[in-house]
Design a protein around this ligand. Structure first.
Ligand SMILES: *Cc1c(COP(=O)(O)O)cnc(C)c1O
Length: 467
């Protein structure tokens, strides 16, 4: 339910250039330059299309260091949409994780959660905490069609609290539309169960709401008790169950920014001093006032189902088409993007050789489409430097809101089908440069053999001189 009014020209460079580009990028799609990228499906972070109303709001921004009217409008939007009175602005989602972790985590603490997100894990670890991921078994079974794979395992949650003691658990973290297991939602009934346990043991409940709009959309689609409710009701219900809500506005509502909100003054006071220290004054938090205006309008727009629905519908199309071709892909279709199971796709590549990273590089090579590795490269090593193999090896093809056309999605299907037929040609990778923290962002790798050249030769043979 929208039309395109501003466009950006794309470039599809020949495969020979793409081979050089991926080599220059150290076989890490994060390090590609967009001049070499055709469809950018790296992430939905900061890449959703803005609405006309968001762009017009940016012109009324109030440039003030302190007391800006733009911030007042954002505060009102947070209260209206998320139902929380106190708002701390931060420059993006991970900054919220930094502030929350510093304010509440002590060394030796345990943080139970449905599943980690890369930056959340990094900040928790940085502050001496340890995470416990408590999912049900079907959550990591790609072929399971369970509608709410993001649900936390309630029995394990209670067992975890008993084992570690409530006094060692500063909060339970629930992530909406669980990013790393394939954009899979939790149900409201699960969140209500978490609330009950949090109350029983006196533990705070923190909601990562970066992908809340999408989670709410899938609740409306899949949880029958909520089918007749509005997005506004569903979102308020979810945020109402949490003591503290934080979000990356790069995903939730616009293209920059983030926030932490609560109705509890005591929690707000524990974090307040950290904002001027790390982010900026309390009425901008490192975000430009223009972007604060876009965040405010974007928050109201998440209440409109037609603003949210295009991306999940395209993802459903993409997942179903790939599935029809026999390509292993996470089901049911979630949000954020389609997630190809790289261990199924490249079953000949051992996990130590990073099948998801190899698949991301190979797919870029044959299509110009940039996806993201979500597997062992995105994981970490243990204290002894031993690789911790990820639970899942996924190639994520993100579908940001309102950015692509259906014909572009069909191009992805077409190139993926060709790569699947030629999957035996894909080989493994190894690190040449491995940063100590969040290595997936800037790490460099190289292929173990000359498989990229072989893949290019086969591509030329099958496609002639087309791109
Ligand atoms: C992206 C994301 C974050 C971090 O947000 P940034 O704005 O990229 O720092 C945190 N949690 C979840 C679930 C995310 O998807």
């Amino acid at each position: 339910m929208h039309k395109v009014r501003v466009v950006q020209k794309l470039h599809l460079v020949p495969i020979e250039r793409r081979l050089d580009a991926i080599k220059e990028a150290g076989f890490n799609t994060f390090r590609l330059s967009t001049k070499d990228v055709f469809l950018d499906m790296l992430t939905d972070s900061g890449t959703n299309a803005m609405s006309d109303n968001q762009i017009s709001a940016m012109f009324q921004a109030d440039d003030a260091y302190a007391g800006s009217q733009s911030f007042m409008r954002l505060q009102k939007a947070v209260e209206d949409v998320l139902g929380k009175k106190y708002l701390l602005p931060v420059h993006q989602g991970r900054a919220a994780e930094n502030v929350i972790s510093r304010a509440f985590i002590k060394p030796g603490n345990v943080i139970p959660m449905n599943y980690h997100f890369t930056t959340a894990l990094a900040h928790i670890t940085e502050n001496g905490g340890k995470i416990k991921e408590l999912l049900y078994d079907h959550a990591l079974d790609f072929t399971s069609d369970h509608p709410f794979k993001g649900n936390i395992n309630i029995e394990k949650l209670e067992e975890c609290i008993r084992r570690h003691g409530a006094e060692n658990i500063p909060f339970i973290r629930m992530e909406a539309s669980t990013n790393l297991i394939g954009g899979q939602p939790f149900s409201i009934s699960n969140l209500m169960d978490v609330r009950r346990i949090a109350d029983k043991y006196g533990i705070m409940l923190v909601l990562d709401a970066s992908l809340l709009g999408e989670n709410a959309y899938l609740v409306k689609q899949r949880e029958k008790e909520w089918r007749e409710n509005s997005m506004a009701d569903i979102i308020k219900m979810m945020t109402g169950l949490a003591d503290l809500v934080y979000f990356s506005a790069r995903k939730l509502s616009s293209s920059r920014g983030g926030g932490i909100c609560t109705n509890r003054k005591d929690l707000y006071m524990k974090m307040e001093a950290l904002i001027p220290l790390f982010e900026g004054f309390l009425t901008y938090g490192g975000i430009s006032v223009r972007e604060i205006e876009a965040m405010a309008v974007g928050l109201y727009e998440t209440l409109d189902e037609t603003m949210i629905s295009q991306s999940p519908q395209f993802i459903r199309f993409l997942v179903n088409e790939l599935g029809r071709l026999g390509i292993p892909v996470v089901t049911p279709p979630g949000v954020l993007g389609a997630h190809v199971d790289a261990m199924g796709f490249c079953s000949h590549i051992p996990q130590e050789h990073y099948p998801a990273g190899a698949l991301a590089a190979a797919f870029y090579l044959v299509s110009g489409v940039r996806g993201m590795e979500r597997g062992t490269i995105s994981s970490v090593r243990d204290e002894n430097g031993i690789e911790i193999l990820a639970d899942v090896e996924l190639l994520r093809l993100a579908v940001p809101r309102r950015v692509f056309t259906l014909s572009q999605i069909k191009y992805v299907v077409d190139r993926m089908a060709w790569l699947y037929e030629n999957r035996e040609l894909i080989g493994g990778l190894e690190f040449t440069y491995e940063p100590p923290v969040l290595r997936f962002f800037m790490g460099g790798l190289k292929p173990l053999t000359d498989w990229p050249e072989k893949l290019m030769v086969k591509f030329r043979k099958d496609f002639g001189d087309s791109l």
